[in-house]
Design a protein around this ligand. Structure first.
Ligand code: HEC
Length: 153
């Protein structure tokens, strides 16, 4: 009985995966709403790996509403604006908060390279510079160099 109680306590104390993902979304107007509406059915990789125009985001969010995403019209507009601003064409990858899919798809890193970045982040905290990224074991320097303009810290 006591064990079960302790297990429940531990579960209650651990932040849910989607809470963590919501926190890691880029700062700015609409972040809180996007975290609340867009992480109910899937993780943030689904949308953070995309780089779309406002129109494309508008279509994508409308598609999600059809699938069951809930928000007032004003909230939906705010989410579209947030996504278009932070995940528009050419938007950089925030290497310290980007999930697996975003690093892989947008930067073209291999699965092993993405894992290396995530493990490094986990162990050492935020990467401070591009030079530090190049020192992550297993990163192909030439490939990272080619993507330098698309990476922010
Ligand atoms: C009611 C559940 C639900 C909610 C809430 C939801 N989605 Fe989805 N989403 C899905 C399903 C189901 C899929 C397709 C299966 C998958 O990829 O997981 C999907 C897939 C996606 C994809 C990939 C689609 C593609 O064509 O590649 C994107 C992008 C996406 N969602 C964005 C969002 C955004 C942005 C929000 C918040 C506005 C959101 N989703 C909220 C259910 C939802």
């Amino acid at each position: 009985m006591k064990t079960i109680y302790l297990m429940l306590l531990a579960l209650a104390g651990a932040p849910a995966a989607d809470e963590k993902e919501a926190r890691l979304l880029p700062e700015g107007a609409g972040k809180e709403i996007a975290g609340r509406i867009c992480l109910n059915c899937h993780d943030s990789g689904n949308f953070r790996k995309a780089r779309w125009s406002s129109e494309e985001w508008s279509d994508s969010v409308a598609d999600m509403v059809e699938r069951g995403a809930k928000g007032t019209p004003a909230e939906i507009d705010a989410v579209v604006a947030y996504l278009a601003k932070n995940f528009g064409k050419g938007a950089p990858v925030r290497i310290n908060t980007a999930p697996f899919a975003e690093i892989k798809v947008v930067l073209g890193f291999t699965v092993a390279e993405v894992r290396a970045v995530l493990e490094y982040r986990e162990k050492n905290g935020e990467l401070k510079s591009f030079e530090e990224l190049l020192k992550v074991p297993g990163i192909d320097a030439a490939k990272a160099e080619a993507q330098k303009a698309r990476i922010t810290f």
